[in-house]
Ligand binder design. Structure first.
Ligand code: 3H9
Length: 655
C-alpha cells in the first residue's frame, strides 16, 4: 500500500482498513503547525473514505509526541490549534487508538488522552510537565486526566509534572494495556472498537475521591511550588473538573493556559529549558569523539568521593575507589553501600540494582588497581600540595589513554595538571555536594586539556544524568566566583544597615529555598575564612572589606555544626542572635557608618546586580560561554529560583 502524505510531517499507510498515521517531526515530534494540520487532513480523509474503519496515531523514532512546539510560543497562533485537533479526535465517529512508543508529554499526552484507547509500548512514558515550563496543560489535560485516573493521582501528576512509565500508567488506568508491539496491538484495538460504542474520555464520569485525600494531594503540590503560579493553577483546574462540565472546564483551562503562557514565569522556565539543551553543546568539540569510559577510579571516599561513586555506579560504570588504608577503604565501601541503601528505602533503586552496583564496586588501598580505570576523579582534601602530589603519583599508575580529573573547588587545576607528564589528559570535574543528588557539574577546560578529553568528560557527566557546564580556569570557577561576589555584596549591606535575617527573608521571598547567611551557616564558615586569610596578603588595601565574618569565626562561630554562626540554633531552630547583631553594630561603629534601612526590593536589586556584574566579567574573560550557562549554575548549584530564569535572565527582564 503506498504511503499517504497529509503534511510535511504526517503520513499514513492503510493496514487492512486501519489508517496507521505516523507523526515524523524530529527531534521529538512536537506538535508544530504542520503536524496539527496533517492530523486534521488525515481525519478529513478518514471521514470520507468508507474503507477506513478507524485510525492509529503513532510517532516515528524514539518519541511518541514531545508536546506542543515550545519554539512556537510567543508567535502568533496558527490554526488549527491543538484544542481543535484534540476535540476532533475525541468526537471522531470512527475509533482512534494511539500506539505510544516513547514519551507522550504535554500536548502529546493530551492527544493520547483524547483517543478512544491507549496502548503503551515498553519504552512509553506519559506526563503533563507543563508546570515545569510555568504553564498548565492547554488542550484538555487537566479535564481529561482526572476523568481517567481520578483527581488525586491527577493532582500529583499535573501539579508536579512527573512522568510515569508504562507499568504505572496501566496501574493508574491512564492506558488500557502495555504491549510489546504497540502498533500491532493498536491496529487490533481499532478493529475491536469498530464494533462497539467508543469510550470518549471527556464523557467519563469523574471517579469519586475522598475530599481529605484531595486536600492532602493539593497541599503536597503547593508545598513544593515555592512562589510559582502554575502548580496552584493546575491543581485548581483539576479540582474544577468535578464542578464544571467538559466544555466549561476546557474553556477555563484554555484561558489559564493562555494567561500563563505569556507570563514572566513561563518565559523564565522556557529559557531554563532551552539553556539546558544548549549547555552540553560546545562549538569547538564538533566532530570530536569522546574516549571510551567504562571504569571510573575515585580517589577518596569521603562525603564527596562516595557521592560521586554512587552516581557512577547507578549509571552503570565500574568503580575502583581508592583510600589510603584498608580500614579507610572498608569504611568507604560502607558509606557507599549506606547511600545505596537509602535509595532502596526511598524506592529510587531496586534491591537488585543495589546488588549490581556493589558487584561493580572495588574499594581498595592499592593505588596500582587504578591502572584499570579509564577516568580517575580525585576527591581528596582541597590542598594544592596534596593534589599535585597525588596527580604526580597517578601519572605513573594509570593507563596511557586514561583521563585524570580534579574535583577542586578553589585551587588552580592548571597547577595540578602541571604536576603530570601529560597535562592534556587533565580536566576539572567540579561536583557539588552531595554529589549523588546535585545535578550540576562544572567541567573545567584547563589550559592544556585535549578536546577529546573535554568531550569525554562531558559525555561522562551526561551519562551520570547530570548537567555539565563547561567553563575555563578561574578562582572558584563560575559558581563560587559569583557566589563570592554576591556574598561580598550581602556583607556590604550588613555593614550599611541590614541584618542577616532581613537579607535572608528577602531572598526567600524571591524564591531561594534559603537565604545566603543561613546557607553559609549550613555549609560552615571556615572554608571562606581560610580563603580570606589566604588572600589577605594580596588584597588591595583600598578595597572595601567587611570584617564581620572574621569576627564571628574568631569567636568560634563556624555555623550550624558549632551551634552558632550568623544565627543561633537552639534545638536546631534558626534564631536571630543578639550577639551577632551586636558584632554587626560594633563593625558599623568602628567605621563610622550610620545604619540605614533596606527594603526587600533594594536588597534583591543589589544582590542581583552583584551576580550579574560578576557574570558579565566571566563572559568577558571567556570563562563562561553563554549567559544561560551562568543562569544554570546559579539555579542548580546555589538555589537561585528557576522560575526567575537565573540572574542573567532576571536582570535582563528587570526583575
Ligand atoms: C505543551 O505541550 C502545552 C500543551 O499542554 C498545550 C498546548 C496548547 N518543542 O531534551 P532533548 C527539542 S508544553 C520544541 O535533548 P531527549 C529540544 O529543544 C510542552 N522543541 O532530547 C532539543 O532541541 P535542540 C510540554 C522541543 O531525547 C531537542 O528537542 N512538553 C520540545 O533527551 C532534543 O531535546 C515538554 O515539556 C518541544 N516540546 O528528551 C517536554 N521538546 O536539539 C519537553 C524538546 O535544538 N521535552 N525539544 O537542542 C522533553 O522533556 C525532552 O525533550 C524529551 C526528549 C523527553 C521529549
Amino acid at each position: 500500500m503506498p504511503e499517504m502524505r497529509f503534511s510535511e510531517s504526517v503520513s499514513a499507510r492503510l493496514d487492512d482498513g486501519v489508517l496507521v498515521v505516523a507523526i515524523d517531526n524530529p527531534p521529538v515530534n512536537a506538535l508544530s503547525a504542520h503536524v496539527r494540520s496533517g492530523l486534521i487532513a488525515a481525519l478529513d480523509h478518514a471521514t470520507v473514505a468508507a474503507e477506513i474503519a478507524g485510525l492509529v496515531i503513532s510517532g516515528a523514532g524514539r518519541t511518541f509526541i514531545g508536546g506542543a512546539d515550545i519554539k512556537e510560543f510567543g508567535q502568533p497562533m496558527v490554526e488549527p490549534t491543538l484544542p481543535q485537533v484534540i476535540d476532533r479526535i475525541e468526537s471522531f465517529e470512527k475509533p482512534i487508538i494511539c500506539a505510544v512508543n516513547g514519551a507522550a508529554l504535554g500536548g502529546g499526552c493530551e492527544v493520547a488522552l483524547a483517543c478512544h484507547g491507549r496502548i503503551a509500548g515498553e519504552t512509553a512514558s506519559f506526563g503533563l510537565p507543563e508546570v515545569k515550563l510555568g504553564i498548565v496543560p492547554g488542550a484538555g489535560g487537566t479535564q481529561r486526566l482526572p476523568r481517567l485516573i481520578g483527581p488525586i493521582a491527577a493532582i500529583d501528576l499535573i501539579g508536579t509534572g512527573r512522568a510515569v512509565k508504562a507499568g504505572e500508567a496501566v496501574a493508574l488506568g491512564l492506558v488500557d494495556v502495555a504491549a510489546a508491539d504497540p502498533l500491532a496491538a493498536a491496529i487490533a484495538a481499532v478493529r475491536e472498537n469498530a464494533r462497539r460504542p467508543l469510550r470518549r474520555t471527556g464523557s467519563i464520569e469523574m471517579p469519586a475521591a475522598d475530599a481529605a485525600a484531595v486536600s492532602a494531594a493539593e497541599a503536597k503540590v503547593l508545598a513544593r511550588s515555592r512562589g510559582q503560579l502554575a502548580p496552584a493553577e493546575a491543581v485548581r483546574l483539576v479540582k474544577s473538573a468535578n464542578q464544571l462540565d467538559l466544555e466549561q472546564g476546557l474553556a477555563e483551562e484554555r484561558a489559564t493556559f493562555l494567561r500563563l503562557r505569556d507570563s514572566e514565569e513561563s518565559a523564565a522556565l522556557r529559557h531554563v529549558f532551552l539553556a539546558e539543551r544548549a549547555a552540553g553543546k560546545v562549538e569547538k568539540l564538533a566532530g570530536v569523539s569522546p574516549r571510551r569510559i567504562e571504569s571510573v577510579g575515585i580517589v577518596g571516599t569521603g562525603l564527596m568521593g562516595s557521592g560521586i561513586a554512587v552516581s557512577a555506579l547507578t549509571s552503570g560504570y565500574r568503580v575502583i575507589a581508592l583510600e589510603q588504608t584498608q580500614e579507610a577503604a572498608t569504611a568507604g565501601r560502607g558509606r557507599i553501600a549506606g547511600i545505596l541503601d537509602k535509595a532502596v528505602q526511598s524506592r529510587r533503586l531496586t534491591t537488585e540494582a543495589r546488588e549490581a552496583c556493589l558487584a561493580r564496586l572495588d574499594t581498595t588501598a592499592e593505588a596500582k588497581n587504578l591502572a584499570a580505570a579509564d577516568l580517575v576523579v580525585e576527591a581528596v582534601f582541597d590542598d594544592i600540595s596534596v593534589k599535585t602530589e597525588l596527580f604526580r603519583r597517578l601519572d605513573g599508575i594509570v593507563a596511557p589513554g586514561a583521563i585524570l580529573a580534579t574535583n577542586t573547588s578553589y585551587l588552580d587545576p592548571d597547577a595540578i595538571a602541571a604536576a603530570t607528564a601529560d597535562p592534556s589528559r587533565v580536566v576539572g570535574l567540579h561536583f557539588f555536594s552531595p554529589a549523588n543528588v546535585m545535578r550540576l557539574v562544572e567541567v573545567v577546560d584547563c589550559a592544556k586539556t585535549a578536546p577529546d578529553v573535554l568531550a569525554s568528560a562531558l559525555a561522562f557527566v551526561k551519562r551520570l544524568g547530570k548537567l555539565p557546564i563547561v567553563c575555563g580556569v578561574t578562582e572558584g570557577f563560575v559558581g563560587n566566583r559569583i557566589f563570592s561576589a554576591y556574598r561580598r555584596e550581602a556583607e556590604f549591606m550588613l555593614q550599611d544597615g541590614a541584618l542577616p535575617h532581613e537579607i535572608d527573608a528577602a531572598l526567600e521571598a524571591y524564591g531561594f529555598p534559603m537565604g545566603i547567611f543561613a546557607v553559609n551557616d549550613m555549609a560552615g564558615l571556615e572554608i571562606a575564612w581560610a580563603r580570606r586569610k589566604r588572600l589577605a596578603a594580596t588584597r588591595d588595601p583600598a578595597e572595601r572589606y567587611v570584617e564581620i565574618a572574621d569576627r564571628l569565626c574568631e569567636a568560634g562561630r563556624l555555623g550550624r555544626k558549632t551551634g552558632h554562626g550568623w544565627y543561633a540554633y537552639p534545638d536546631g531552630e534558626r534564631t536571630i542572635d543578639p550577639a551577632v547583631t551586636a558584632a554587626i553594630e560594633a563593625a558599623r561603629a568602628a567605621k563610622n557608618i550610620e545604619p540605614r534601612t533596606f527594603t526587600a526590593e533594594e536588597i534583591i536589586d543589589r544582590l542581583l546586580k552583584a551576580m550579574v556584574d560578576e557574570g558579565a566579567a566571566l563572559l568577558a574573560e571567556g570563562i563562561a560561554a553563554r549567559p544561560g550557562d551562568i543562569d544554570l549554575v546559579m539555579i542548580n548549584g546555589y538555589g537561585f529560583p528557576a522560575h526567575k530564569g537565573g540572574p542573567m535572565f532576571a536582570a535582563e527582564h528587570n526583575r
